[in-house]
Ligand binder design. Structure first.
Ligand code: SF4
Length: 173
């Protein structure tokens, strides 16, 4: 992770550059994010990707079990790093945030029955086994899907397309 220059205050869109001077590497992406959060003074369990990783038992979330080699976290911590205000996000009800995320921002694969030849390339390439191809249809388990779009790229027949939520459509127009 390149942490040489970070954005603070109103990052990532309107933030100000702040020199941190950190380069981080780990075979465990969760431990890496956990450490980066602590460097800039964010509670790791408030990072939306780290808490769910703990629930799913992915990666290391225990600060005591993460070995930091090289500079200490305290030595890397930038002075006067102002965190982005996400106060609005914290007071919004989770169902509302889920609605925004799942309906408006989401980018997902969508079965295109007109192009699909049931060849099965999507089922084979899906890294989380979220696709089941049958003679009648292609079923995608969106509870398991990680939106990697490998299935869309693997299909030689236009059998899967990218479906975008409203905001994602506007942003990519
Ligand atoms: S987007 Fe990725 S995870 Fe989701 S069904 Fe396609 S290959 Fe599987």
């Amino acid at each position: 992770m390149d942490g040489i220059l970070a954005l603070h205050e109103k990052g990532p869109s309107w933030g100000k550059p702040k020199h941190v001077g950190a380069i981080l590497a780990s075979a465990d992406g969760v431990a890496l994010d956990h450490t980066a959060a602590r460097i800039v003074g964010i509670d790791p369990m408030k990072v939306p990707t780290i808490a769910p990783a703990k629930e799913r038992e992915i990666g290391e979330n225990d600060a005591g079990a993460i070995e930091v080699i090289g500079e200490t976290i305290e030595a890397m911590r930038p002075e006067d790093f102002k965190l982005v205000s996400n106060g609005m996000m914290l007071v919004m009800p989770k169902p509302f945030l889920d609605f925004i995320n799942h309906k408006l921002l989401v980018v997902r694969p969508k079965w295109n029955p007109d192009g699909c030849k049931r060849a099965g390339a999507c089922e084979k390439i899906c890294p989380v086994e979220a696709i089941t191809v049958s003679p009648e249809s292609v079923a995608i388990d969106f509870g398991t899907c990680i939106d990697c779009m490998a299935c869309v790229m693997a299909c030689p027949n236009d059998g899967l397309r990218v479906r975008k939520g409203l905001v994602a459509k506007v942003l990519s127009a």
